[in-house]
Write a protein of this length. Structure first.
Length: 218
């Protein structure tokens, strides 16, 4: 079962097995032919029928791809899943332009945003400084220095953080903690990166192990 978004090219869909059932669950320009709740229900229902389910998105599912809602639905339903990363549009566009999004001379930060905002009733009352997910490449071995800097900026000590070593490679290590305890983490093999943000509260590593069920790729 392939549940794909409207932006997935036909050439990619043509790679699916001839036995696969392919269903377009995309939403374009505000036109919603199917709700997010219905997509969640389809993933769970077909997984429970012991089918291989692929929730196929264009780009990277973890960047403005409604992954939070779908991961939460699978977790709550006890359905095991795997997230297969893609190339987000910003990186693809930069590659096409032949430019880097960072520059040692003048660009040490990258911010991702969208023109579509959450409904007013879903908006968090968190201060602006806490409303962003922070990704730090090569954070260094002494995470206490970075933690002290973030605390000084006004972030709370319970701000969720994760340190990932060798992401997506053999020997990957993930350590989840809070900003207040970040400096106490043991050093991990390079390359590593640090992710900080309230969105981590929905991460599988924070939610605990999932029930062994039919895998769903997101």
């Amino acid at each position: 079962m392939v549940l794909h978004d409207d932006l997935v090219p036909q050439a990619i869909l043509n790679l699916a097995s001839s036995h696969a059932e392919i269903v377009n669950v995309g939403k374009r320009c505000g036109a919603k032919s199917i709700s997010q709740q219905e997509i969640n229900a389809l993933m769970i229902a077909h997984a429970r029928e012991h089918r291989n389910v692929i929730r196929l998105k264009s780009g990277d599912p973890l960047v403005f791809g409604r992954a939070t809602e779908e991961i939460a639905a699978l977790v709550n339903a006890g359905v095991a899943f795997e997230v297969v990363p893609g190339i987000t549009a910003a990186f693809a566009a930069a590659a096409q332009l032949g430019c880097s999004l960072t520059d040692r001379e003048g660009a040490s930060n990258v911010t991702f945003s969208t023109g579509h905002h959450a409904d007013a009733h879903n908006r968090s009352s968190l201060p602006a400084i806490e409303a962003s997910t922070r990704v730090v490449y090569m954070p260094g071995r002494d995470l206490g220095l970075l933690a002290a800097e973030w605390l000084q900026q006004g972030l709370p000590s319970d701000f969720p953080c994760a340190v990932i070593s060798r992401a997506g490679q053999a020997g990957e290590q993930v350590q989840c903690t809070t900003l207040g305890a970040l400096g106490a983490l043991a050093s991990v093999p390079a390359p590593s990166l640090l992710i900080g943000g309230w969105t981590l509260r929905n991460a599988r590593a924070f939610l605990g192990s999932l029930a062994e069920d039919v895998p769903v790729q997101v």
